[in-house]
Every structure is written in C-alpha cells, then in structure tokens.
Design a protein around this ligand. Structure first.
Ligand SMILES: Nc1nc2c(ncn2[C@@H]2O[C@H](COP(=O)(O)OP(=O)(O)O)[C@@H](O)[C@H]2O)c(=O)[nH]1
Ligand SMILES: [Mg+2]
Length: 479
C-alpha cells in the first residue's frame, strides 16, 4: 500500500484535531468533525485525488484508547523487527484489542505516521506514552503542533519533547493553514522518508499545477461574469391601455430596476458558486460583518470597493467612457424607426459614493405597446466594484482551510485571523495604465465587444489572484 502512494496515518488524542488536519490536507470539507470526542470511530482512508488519480492518502484514525497497554507490550517485545506488525499478528483476532488493532493496522501495513497534538495544552503522561510507542514502531514519523487556542506557553515544551521522538516537527494549524503552508508540510514529509521523495515531488508538482489551473478557471469565471453583467439588460413590454398614468410608468420603472439589480446579484452568486467549486469548498462560515454578506448595491460595498473618484475619472476619461452623472433624460419624441422613444430615466443607484445611475431606462412606444428596457450598466464604477468583490470572494475561497468547515467563529479563545493586506478594493492598487485598460475593456464589453483587451485583462486579474495566495499572508482579513 505505502509502496504505491505515500500513505500517512494520522494519530493522536481524540479531539486533537486529527480529522481537521486530514480535511485541510485533502481539501475535503465533508470529513466529519465534531466538538464531541469520538466522532471518528474507525480508520478511514482519505486520498488526495488530482485529475482522477490518487496521489497520496491520509488515514484518519480514532485516536489512542490504551496507549500504555500497547507501550508495555512494545517494551517487552523489543526484539521484534516490526512491532506494529507483530502486535497485530498476536492480537489481530482478539475482540478485546479491536480498537488498538484498528489504530495500528495502517502502520503495520506500511503507512508513515503523523502525530497531531494540541499544542495549547500542557503535555501529560499519556502524551509521553504515545510519543514513545510511536517512536518504537520505527516508522517514518512527523509531529504536527495544531494549536487549538490562543495559548502558546506550552509550545516550546512540546517542541522539545516531540523532537526527541519524531523525524520532523511542524506547526500546522488545521483551521488557518494556507495553500503555501500545505505545500510546505508536504515538502517536510520528504525528509522523514527519503524513499517518498520522488513521489512527494510529483505530488507537490501536481498540487502546484492544479492550483494554477484553479486560478485560471477562476479568471475565466470572472471574465464571464463581467461579460454577462456588463451586457445585461431587462425588458418589459406593457400594453398601452394598461398604462393609465405617469404613476403607473413610475411603478414599472421601479419594477424594472429591481429586476435588473436582482439579475446582477444572481450573476454574481452564480460566479461565486463556480469559484467555490474550483477551490472545492462546500461549507464555510462568514463573519457577520464580512463585505461578502453585504448587498452588492449597498453603501458599505460601494464605499469599500472599486476605484477612488480620482482614479475613476482618469481611467474613464482615457477609456472614452461616460463618467456618469450625465444621462439624457427626456429626449421624448425621438424617432427610432417604427418605435418612438418616449422617455428615459435613471435606474438604480450604486452605494453612497456614486452619483451616477447604474443604468438607463428607455421607454419606447410601438404598435400599441410600451417597451421598457434597462441596461446595460452605464455606471463606470460598478464594474470595478463587481470585480473587487469577486476577487474578495476568491481570496476567501483560496485561503479558507477545509478543516475549518463552518466552525463556530464566536469562540473567544480562538486564534484571530490574519488580515488581508488590501482591506479596500484590489483594483485600487493597480497602476493607472491597468485602470485604463480595465475601463476600456468594460466599456467595450458593454457594447458586446471587448475581445481585443481580453488577454491583457486576463493577465491583470490572474496576477491579482496569484497575489492572494502568497507564502506569508500576515495580514488577512475576516473575509
Ligand atoms: N480553533 C481551532 N479549533 C480546531 C482546530 N483543529 C481542530 N479544531 C476543533 O477541535 C475539535 C476536534 O477536532 P477534530 O478534527 O474532530 O479532532 P479529532 O478528534 O482529533 O479528529 C473540533 O471542534 C474542531 O473544530 C484548530 O486548528 N483551531
Ligand atoms: Mg476525528
């Protein structure tokens, strides 16, 4: 088994965070994790699958029940070459030893060992027993310090104790580990068994390729969102006799504006679903004050994201796009072939920062009906806000550890999140040239074009996404 792909048995106390570590390393947020001890009752194998191929496996174990009993046996049978295998050969069929055997079986079959400890707790006698018995197995073994709370005063003692019995000791937080930290952990596994080196190198390369591909897929989803959102229109046709007053027209205009905004919200949600799938997330918890919780057209979102006014004017002017504000209302009577444009109005507003409408509403009369239509988006700020928010969503998808699942975020003892560098818009930090390029692209896309700038825009967005998963994200926001 272990000859085929690197296989590691995750061991440790119940509630040390074993299942969480496995969930994070295998990016599987459907692994059962529970506050109550004993959620994991048998050894389950969780493979890492890339391109349909199993490239390594982690075995989530239930944790030790009688470590002193196993240690005693190991100590009196030291002459055995392979203690785990010998233990199973003797006790394998005895129902009394079922639990210990289930625990040791993967090791007996050749798996390496990862011991997970909660570094925030004091080391107890039971821990020393576990360390010693794992040392006696003679297997390649690494220890992971998974700090479950803010308490760090025991960490040094753990480091000392673990260093004596393990080939490698690493801090790894199952709730906060980033992509880079996962790769670093896999790299460190190479040092505990040289025979795994080629396999793990291949595994790491596969991970890196896969990560790059997810970024590409996400950029594709984002470009698709921009294309769809910026060319989006809503039309409503009403019989002339049903419109008996200007008040009725006003009502229809409002309905149309609502439908338009709902449509844009829906496009955003669909894109978010795609991005979440690219990064293999099914569950997570958002902090209640997250910008991702806020309405796309809300004041907070409008204020926090997108370009500042100065940048926007520069970019829009260069792109030859309307800077908003000016909307020709009341060009009544303009003839459009058979149809007559009988009115135009501003539809929707974007946050507090924008004085410009989101889009223009036209009303045309033809053959006994009035055709109300809204869109595409004319507000020059909106695409930057939309882009920033979908990037923020990517940051969340890329940096949320799968082992965290939808953990209770209100625990006062929990380690605070690192903050993201850019609390405000990501696009705001781009160069004026990039702003112009984006503005040109947005204005072309509005007219159903935009292919000419697409490659350059793809490169800009890709570069931003790459920057979201840097090695040291020491300032990460509550996303
Ligand atoms: N705050 C925090 N909680 C964690 C972390 N790792 C695990 N937990 C929590 O500790 C509890 C036990 O975790 P679990 O992975 O099921 O432990 P297992 O019994 O060793 O498999 C769960 O409530 C987890 O959410 C961590 O890194 N940080
Ligand atoms: Mg478990």
């Amino acid at each position: 088994m272990a000859d085929a792909i690197p296989t590691l048995a995750i061991m440790g106390h119940p509630n040390a965070g074993k299942s969480s570590v496995v969930a994070t390393l295998t990016e599987n947020d459907r692994i059962a994790i529970d506050k109550r001890a004993g959620t994991t009752t048998q050894a389950d194998e969780f493979p890492v699958v890339i391109d349909g191929e199993r490239i390594m496996a982690f075995i989530d174990t239930p944790g030790f029940q009688n470590p002193s009993q196993i240690l005693e046996w190991f100590q009196t049978h030291r002459s055995e070459r392979d203690l785990a295998r010998a233990y199973l050969a003797v006790h394998g069929d005895d129902p009394l030893y079922q639990h210990d055997c289930a625990l040791l079986r993967p090791v007996a079959e050749g798996a390496g060992i990862i011991l997970v400890v909660d570094g925030s707790k004091r080391i107890k006698e039971k821990d020393r027993i576990e360390m010693e018995l794992l040392r006696l197995t003679g297997r390649p073994r690494m220890a992971i310090l998974n700090n479950l709370s803010k308490i760090t005063k025991h960490m040094l003692a753990w480091q000392d104790a673990l260093n004596k019995s393990f080939n490698a000791v690493r801090e790894f937080n199952a709730h906060r580990a980033t992509y880079a930290e996962r790769i670093a952990l896999l790299s460190a596994l190479k040092t505990i068994d040289q025979r795994w080196e080629p396999m793990l190198d291949a595994t790491i390369r596969a991970f890196e390729r896969d990560w790059e591909r997810r970024i590409d897929q996400s950029v594709t989803s984002i470009l698709e969102l921009l294309r769809r959102a910026l060319s989006y229109r809503v039309t409503k046709v009403v019989k002339v006799e049903d419109i008996d007053s200007e008040g009725e027209r006003e009502r229809i205009r409002n309905l149309l504006t609502d439908a338009f905004q709902d449509g844009l919200r829906r496009l955003e949600t669909e894109t978010q679903d795609q991005i979440r799938a690219h990064f293999r997330h099914h569950v997570w918890a958002l902090a209640s004050d997250s910008l991702l919780h806020k309405d796309l057209f809300s004041e907070e979102v409008g204020r926090a994201l997108g370009l500042n006014r100065h940048q926007l004017v520069l970019a829009s002017t260069a792109a030859g796009a309307a800077t908003g504000g000016a909307i020709d209302i009341g060009v009544g009577g303009l003839s459009l072939g058979l149809a007559t444009l009988i009115g135009a109005a501003a539809g929707g507003v974007l946050g507090v920062i924008s004085t410009a409408a989101l889009a223009k509403i036209d009303i045309q009369r033809t053959l006994g009906v009035e055709r109300f239509s809204i869109g595409p988006v004319t507000n020059p700020r909106f695409p930057f806000v939309l882009l920033d928010r979908v990037i923020l969503y990517c940051a969340r998808a890329m940096n949320w550890a799968h082992g965290r699942q939808a953990a209770n975020e209100n625990d006062p003892n929990r380690v605070p999140d690192r903050e993201i560098k850019t609390k405000r818009g990501f696009t705001e930090e781009l160069s004026p040239e990039d702003h112009k390029l984006l503005a040109k692209y947005f204005s072309a896309v509005r007219r159903g074009k935009g292919n000419g700038h697409e490659e350059a825009v793809r490169a800009i967005i890709k570069n931003i996404l790459r920057g979201l998963s840097v090695d040291e994200i020491d300032s990460r926001a509550e996303l």
